[in-house]
Design a protein around this ligand. Structure first.
Ligand SMILES: [Zn+2]
Length: 328
């Protein structure tokens, strides 16, 4: 009889233990280009600030429902373009929801086209709105993400800006999974503008399926390169498409038994402590950079492309071929 409570406890906790064991994979969600991606095709449909605000409400509600600790990366010029008051208010809602904000530079310019000094100015000016909001929420700005993930196309630029970021209290925000969501969104906003709801619904379904494919691809790639699957860092953008599918998007990860962690928690893995060494003019996911550093041969052509009907939508010419992915 004395064994019974122990046995009962074991039975009681067995499902919990197996859930925890299954959820050893973790992922941090990051959202770029706050406060909102204004796709050119939607201009000049007014009022953009109301649209941006509604989209962010959807995103924040989705993150809250799924208990996702997100870091959003702010482009200060987007804040100003939206109207300083409206743009800043959207950012404030992020911090009020307990989410973190990071620096994504002032105007989202390409580091490949700038000098070190010009880029450092972009970093400093990028702090205007988000840093005071983080301070007001009692938190310190901690992360910087390069526009296009272009971290330096010469060794001199790579090293100089890495040093500058460290001196200013920043850690780099890499990313390990992406879905070309900007490409899906560019087509999606045109469909919405044309009231083509059938295509929009098909695109949303295709986007979620593609997200699932990409998660599996990068999970395997990183495991092949590192010998284990590190905490993943997912990159999406603050756009209409993600706002409209946020529950479905988060569910894709949850069905694969990923557990949500903060960006800081993800970066506690030693793989994120090593200095960046890969000099490239492209912005590949970190799995490809780790492969190059370790001289592990990977085949980037195995990575899927978004469906052609999406990339070609609304174009007179077919979309150009995608950038090279694997770096070796
Ligand atoms: Zn960006």
């Amino acid at each position: 009889m004395r064994l019974l409570p122990v046995f009962a406890c074991a039975v009681l906790f067995l499902p919990l233990v197996s859930t925890l064991r299954a959820q050893t994979r973790t992922v941090a969600m990051t959202v770029d280009d706050l406060p909102y991606v204004v796709a050119n095709d939607t201009r000049p449909t007014p009022p953009m600030d109301a649209k941006a605000s509604a989209a962010n409400q959807k995103l924040l509600a989705g993150f809250a429902r799924h208990h996702v600790p997100v870091t959003g990366f702010v482009v200060q010029k987007h804040v100003e373009d939206l109207g300083l008051a409206s743009g800043t208010e959207i950012l404030r809602q992020w911090t009020q929801h307990g989410l973190d904000l990071g620096n994504h530079s002032y105007a989202h310019l390409d580091f490949n086209d700038l000098t070190i000094e010009q880029f450092e100015e972009q970093i400093v000016r990028g702090e205007t709105a988000f840093a005071p909001l983080m301070a007001a929420a009692g938190r310190k700005p901690a992360f910087f993400r390069f526009p296009f993930n272009h971290a330096g196309d010469t060794k001199e630029k790579l090293d100089a800006v890495a040093t500058f970021l460290a001196q200013h209290g920043y850690r780099l925000a890499p990313c390990t999974i992406e879905t070309s969501d900007w490409m899906f969104n560019a087509a999606y906003v045109q469909m919405l503008a044309h009231h083509d709801e059938a295509s929009a619904a098909r695109l949303r379904a295709n986007y979620l399926a593609f997200t699932s494919t990409q998660i599996d691809y990068f999970g395997k790639l990183n495991k092949q390169v590192l010998g284990y699957e590190p905490p993943q860092i997912m990159l999406i953008h603050d756009n209409q498409l993600n706002a409209d599918v946020i529950d479905g998007l988060l569910a894709v990860f949850e069905k694969k038994q990923y557990r949500w962690v903060t960006l800081s928690e993800a970066e506690s893995d030693p793989i994120y402590h090593a200095p960046e060494t890969v000099v490239t003019k492209y912005g590949p996911m970190w799995g490809y950079r780790w492969a190059k550093e370790r001289d592990v041969k990977v085949d980037g052509t195995l990575e899927s492309d978004p469906p052609k009907w999406v990339s070609d939508y609304g174009r007179e010419e077919p979309a150009p071929p995608r950038r090279p992915r694997a770096l070796n």
